[in-house]
Design a protein around this ligand. Structure first.
Ligand SMILES: [Zn+2]
Ligand SMILES: [Zn+2]
Length: 249
C-alpha cells in the first residue's frame, strides 16, 4: 500500500499545488480521499490510472475537500466506466455530495455507473483490498478522520481538525500520520477556534499516537513559512516531513 499526495495546501492553493487530497493504492486498486483541484489530471501526474479507482472518501463538506467530485465522476463516465464506485463519508457529507451530483444531473446520464453510498460516522469498511476505519474529528462541520490498513502497513489521515488527546486507540502506531497544520504554536488559540492545529500540535499528536513518521499537509498559502512549520514540529517529533507531490509514501 502506498499513499500519494495529489495536493497539500489548505483552502488557498499555491502555484502548482492544489488543496489537500490523497490517493491510496494497493494491489492495483485506488481509493481517493477528498477531491479538489483536478483529480484526473493529478492522478495522471502521479501515474495512477483513474480506471483503478474503487472508491472516493470525503472527509467533510468544506469546499476545498469536495468541490471536484462532479468533475471526477463526469470524467470517469466519459472514460467508459461501468463498474460501481463506492462513495464513503459521514451522513451529512454523503447528503451534501448527493446535492453536488444532482446539481449536474450526473446520475441521469446514459449508462452512468452505479454509486454505492456508505454512510459511516464511526466504523469499519473494506474497500477493495483496504481496511478502512472512520472516526469523528474536531472541526466546524462533521468531519472524519481515517485509518487505513493493508498488509501490515497502517496509514492515518487527520484531515481538518483541532488537536485532541482523545483519538481512538486503533490509530496508535501508525506507520505514516498525515496531519493538517494551519500555522505555528503562537496561533494555537485562533487555530483551535477554527478547528485546526499548529505544527507543534501535529507533532504532539504524532507522539501521543506513537506514529513512526509525520507528514504535514493542509499548509498555509505562503510556502515561505514551510521551514518554520517543519522546524517547530521536528523539535518535538524529529521524523516530521514536509509534503511532496506524486511520490509513493
Ligand atoms: Zn480544509
Ligand atoms: Zn475544513
Amino acid at each position: 500500500m502506498n499513499v500519494y499526495l495529489l495536493g497539500y495546501t489548505g483552502s488557498m492553493q499555491r502555484r502548482g499545488v492544489s488543496n489537500t487530497s490523497l490517493a491510496i493504492v494497493a494491489e492495483g486498486r485506488t481509493l481517493l480521499v477528498d477531491l479538489s483541484g483536478s483529480p484526473v489530471q493529478a492522478l495522471k501526474e502521479a501515474e495512477i490510472d483513474p480506471a483503478t479507482i474503487v472508491g472516493v472518501l470525503l472527509t467533510h463538506t468544506h469546499v476545498d475537500h469536495i468541490y471536484a467530485l462532479p468533475s471526477l465522476l463526469h470524467q470517469l463516465w466519459l472514460g467508459g466506466r461501468t463498474e460501481p464506485l463506492a462513495l464513503i463519508a459521514n451522513g451529512p457529507t454523503v447528503a451534501f455530495a448527493k446535492r453536488l451530483i444532482d446539481l449536474f444531473d450526473l446520475e441521469r446520464k446514459k449508462g452512468f455507473f452505479p454509486l454505492i453510498r456508505h454512510e459511516i460516522e464511526e466504523g469499519d469498511l473494506e474497500i477493495g483490498p483496504l481496511s478502512l476505519r472512520l472516526f469523528p474529528v474536531i472541526h466546524g462541520v462533521p468531519t472524519s478522520g481515517l485509518s487505513v490498513r493493508h498488509g501490515g502497513k497502517h496509514i492515518v489521515y487527520l484531515a481538518d481538525t483541532a488537536y485532541s488527546r482523545a483519538w481512538p486507540s486503533y490509530i496508535q502506531g501508525a506507520d505514516i500520520l498525515i496531519h493538517e497544520v494551519g500555522g505555528l504554536s503562537e496561533e494555537e488559540e485562533t487555530l483551535a477556534g477554527k478547528g485546526h492545529a499548529s505544527a507543534r500540535q501535529a507533532a504532539q499528536c504524532a507522539l501521543d499516537v506513537k506514529a513512526k513518521r509525520l507528514i504535514l499537509v493542509h499548509l498555509p498559502e505562503d510556502p515561505k513559512g514551510d521551514e518554520l512549520l517543519l522546524k517547530e514540529a521536528q523539535a518535538l517529533f524529529p521524523s516530521t516531513e514536509l509534503p511532496r507531490l506524486n511520490i509513493p509514501y
